[in-house]
Design a protein around this ligand. Structure first.
Ligand code: PMP
Ligand code: GLN
Length: 398
């Protein structure tokens, strides 16, 4: 006879769980996507494309899936993929990377970020993040026993977000173990100028502080600006772990495959964590991506133009609406100011508009430690034109 849980005697006691993350709820991306599904709203909240990865890439993965690449990959990633990542990095950033000792394939950027944080953060260490900060950083810091120090990005002209270097200088102290930066920036689309990298180098020089650079939107920068990676800067590279994701680059957020590039002494320690977080990443995907990365560099080279067209199309559709905006400098997100339409708090409004108006978005305040009173929402424009047009029609009517 099978015994179901419901039939167990109720007298068994269960231990109390003291939450390790008492202040953490379900991530806003899951909350808003679920609400969009439940209400049938157009989902411009969670960032994922409405189109497929390139056909040739799918064929390469399918080939490896059907031709024996189905057992464990090496812990650090298959050598051909690590080599392809190193070659791409060399082409794009002029950095000569040792693919054997400085590249690790990860289970999406999320695992790369998590493992990187566990690698360097010890109990009582301080970690600086810039608000609005992507929501996976702080829980990983807390689980490592670290203390998060939030610095708000400054806002120029109401639209351009940037690091306040003076505030960073004032915040760094003997306990600062790590600074996490994320440019191209989700959710604001901010990017770094060349002088910013020098300012950062001035601040961390003569400290014991490492840098973690979340560069998942490395190939989505607009208006002919380059992506300025921290690993392109000699002095910063010596203390930086750069994390990226193929999810953004290949329109494949569900694949959860990314990588961490760091100097050998950091990669050695990073791999000690990574190997027990996940051990290795799915094998046919790694071989397929390696083939495609090497044979089709034009795919990621044309990504800025592809997404810039989408940005311009979406922003053009909002012309004549009561939203105020400045076209994003990067990423596939557009932040808009809704202060002429409503004074409601952004989280409440995002949920209400999903239910009542039929378009889901992401509020910015959830990424900020201090109350963020700006009336801003983030829309994802990685969608086919018909979806963007249908959403914009509703937004223009507000
Ligand atoms: N960092 C940022 C800034 C992101 O926007 C995302 C999500 N898309 C991630 C990390 C996580 O990437 P992945 O889906 O590859 O884990
Ligand atoms: N990075 C995606 C976004 O910003 C969401 C990722 C996730 O849902 N965890 O929308």
């Amino acid at each position: 006879m099978s015994v179901t849980i419901a039939q167990l005697p109720t007298t068994f006691s269960s231990p109390m769980i003291a939450s390790k993350l008492p202040d953490v709820g379900t991530t806003i991306f899951t909350v808003m996507s679920q609400l969009a599904t439940d209400t049938g709203a157009i989902n411009l909240s969670q960032g994922f494309p409405s189109f497929d990865p390139p056909q040739e890439l799918l064929e390469r993965i399918n080939y490896h899936l059907c031709n024996g690449a189905n057992q464990y990959a090496p812990m650090a990633g298959v050598p051909v993929l690590r080599t392809a990542i190193a070659e791409k990095t060399n082409r794009m950033q002029g950095r000569d990377i040792d693919s054997d000792h400085e590249v690790t394939v990860c289970c999406g950027a999320t695992e790369g970020l998590f493992s990187a944080i566990q690698t360097v953060v010890r109990v009582g260490d301080e970690v600086i993040v810039f608000d609005p900060a992507y929501d996976s950083y702080e829980p990983a810091i807390t689980l490592a026993g670290g203390i998060t120090r939030n610095i708000p990005l400054s806002i120029d002209d109401g639209f351009d977000f940037a690091v306040d270097w003076q505030q960073l200088t004032d915040t760094v102290n003997d306990k600062t173990r790590l600074i996490i930066v994320n440019f191209p920036h989700n959710p604001t689309g901010a990017i770094l100028e060349a002088a910013d990298l020098d300012r950062l180098a001035d601040i961390v020089r003569d400290t014991d502080c490492f840098l973690l650079s979340d560069e998942v939107y490395e190939h989505i920068v607009f208006d002919d600006e380059p992506h300025r990676s921290l690993l392109g800067h000699d002095e910063l590279w010596a203390r930086t772990m750069v994390v990226s994701s193929f999810g953004k680059t290949f329109h494949a957020t569900g694949w959860k495959i990314g990588y961490c590039i760091a100097p050998k002494y950091l990669t050695d320690e990073f791999r000690k964590v990574h190997q027990f977080a996940t051990f290795s990443i799915n094998t046919p995907m790694q071989f397929g991506i390696a083939d495609f990365l090497s044979s089709n560099p034009e795919f990621y080279e044309q990504l800025p133009a592809f997404y810039q067209d989408k940005r311009d199309y979406f922003c053009g559709l909002l012309d004549g609406s009561r939203f105020k905006l400045r076209p994003a400098h990067s990423t596939f997100f557009q932040v808009v100011d809704y202060s002429e339409i409503s004074n409601e708090a952004d989280l409440d409004l995002a949920k209400r508009w999903t239910r009542e108006m039929g378009v889901a978005s992401i509020p910015l305040s959830v990424f900020c430690e201090k109350p963020f009173t700006g009336r801003r929402l983030r829309f994802c424009f990685a969608k086919d034109d018909a979806t963007l047009a249908a959403a914009a029609e509703k937004l223009r009517a507000l």
